[in-house]
Ligand binder design. Structure first.
Ligand SMILES: NC(=O)c1ccc[n+]([C@@H]2O[C@H](COP(=O)([O-])OP(=O)(O)OC[C@H]3O[C@@H](n4cnc5c(N)ncnc54)[C@H](O)[C@@H]3O)[C@@H](O)[C@H]2O)c1
Length: 379
């Protein structure tokens, strides 16, 4: 049995990861540490933590006394760090918070793990480490910067972040590698492209578009919508992380991506047409519509669910044009490949949102509306 400290697991990917671990790996016990910021929601993992294999602690990864006390209590074998401020737009508004959580918080976890895991020194003076321990950092393809029309990010692509978010994630990665190079700490890093799937907070493109369609609101698209992202179904990312934690080579970075490049505007159009199709095939789904307009047949109309909802808004500052991952290394070394095609994953995701409107209401009950209006309408 191994005990994992999983930080940020009340957020999107971390929550999917602990669900994936609990389902597939009976040899793992989990302790979740999450501050429950606007992006964290205890309801998302309520059923998972009500279990003797998974415990929850609310707190900050940057709180040294707390993290040290958790290491002392649970004797972690593995740390998987998801905790982060994760939204580029918010990093443009408040870069300082990204520095505190993403850089200082990561360094705090690294140092606490070092204190707990070092057993002595080798002849050259390098620390020796407890058998089987591993620190894993969940990073992003945004650390590589932006691509033109051609080419892919490999693990050797120079780091060239542009936003305060990606700069903070890059700095965190550099600290993780510095702990490996300087202290021989057993670390790994995964750099993943854009994820989508259940429990995604509706400030990010796909869940935001779904939410707005159901409410009959305009769909804000930055610039001309031509920015390209490489989309990966979240469970495929979780599987990749676990493969790297278990079998990845220490001190290595693994890129994770789905070879699924789409322009933002394509994603928006596909989401519109998929919701329209699902509601045509299963009229029962229309009951979640907030815009209640009756059609000639006496049913809730969906005629207005079309591309006319799209509205182009002022582009994001420093908006990266294209991200695309070359996942050859993780495929060849560990046998990972994405199992869910985009065509299947997007339908699963939309159906999840249609069936889980109570979750959307819960996570957007805070300052969401205020934030949304400020970002997209400039009010
Ligand atoms: N979402 C993506 O497409 C994507 C892609 C590549 C990498 N990543 C990385 O994956 C990780 C998870 O991303 P996500 O989309 O799930 O993020 P998220 O914003 O949905 O969740 C972040 C979680 O971290 C928690 N948190 C924030 N600050 C904290 C702190 N100081 N201490 C403890 N907990 C704190 C939040 O409460 C939340 O539960 C991040 O490190 C992100 O950079 C995300």
């Amino acid at each position: 049995m191994k005990t994992y400290l999983v930080t940020g697991a009340a957020g999107f990917i971390g929550a999917n990861y602990i669900k994936y671990l609990l389902k597939n790996y009976p040899d793992v016990k989990i302790v979740v540490l999450d501050l429950l910021t606007y992006a964290g929601n205890l309801g998302t993992i309520a059923k998972d933590i009500d279990n003797d294999r998974c415990t929850f602690h609310r707190g900050n990864i940057g709180d040294r006394a707390l993290v040290d006390s958790l290491f002392a209590e649970y004797k972690f074998d593995v740390v998987v760090n998801f905790a982060a401020e994760s939204h580029v737009d918010r990093s443009i508004e408040n870069p300082q918070l990204f520095l505190e959580t993403n850089i200082l918080g990561t360094q705090n976890l690294l140092d606490s793990a070092r204190k707990a895991w070092v057993t002595g020194k080798d002849e050259q003076g390098y620390p020796t480490w407890r058998e089987g321990v591993r620190y894993h950092q969940v990073s992003t393809d945004e650390v590589y910067g932006s691509l033109g029309d051609e080419g892919y990010f490999t693990e050797d692509t120079p780091l060239c972040p542009h936003s305060p978010y990606s700069a903070s994630k890059t700095s965190a990665d550099l600290f993780v590698m510095a702990y490996h190079d300087t202290f021989h700490m057993p670390v790994t890093i995964t750099r993943c492209s854009n994820n989508y799937g259940p429990y995604h907070f509706p400030e990010k493109l796909i869940p935001l578009i779904i939410k707005n369609i159901l409410e009959g609101k305009k769909l804000p698209v930055y610039g001309d919508g031509s920015n390209v992202r490489d989309w990966l179904y979240v469970e495929d990312h979780c599987k990749a992380i676990e493969m790297v934690v278990r079998n990845g080579r220490v001190g290595q970075v693994y890129n994770v991506g789905g070879h699924n490049e789409k322009k933002n505007i394509e994603i928006v159009r596909l989401t519109i047409s998929t919701i329209h199709r699902l509601m045509t095939e299963t009229p029962e789904y229309r009951k979640v519509l907030k815009k209640k307009e009756l059609g000639a047949d006496g049913q809730l109309s969906i005629d207005w669910i079309n591309d006319s909802l799209i509205t182009y808004v002022k582009d994001r500052l420093g908006h990266d044009q294209r991200y695309a991952i070359d996942p050859t290394k993780i495929k060849e070394e560990l046998g990972w490949y994405p199992e869910t095609t985009f065509e299947v994953g997007i339908v699963k995701t939309i159906e999840w949102y249609l069936n889980n409107q109570a979750w959307v209401e819960e996570v957007t009950s805070g300052d969401y509306q205020h934030y949304y209006e400020r970002m997209y309408t400039g009010r």
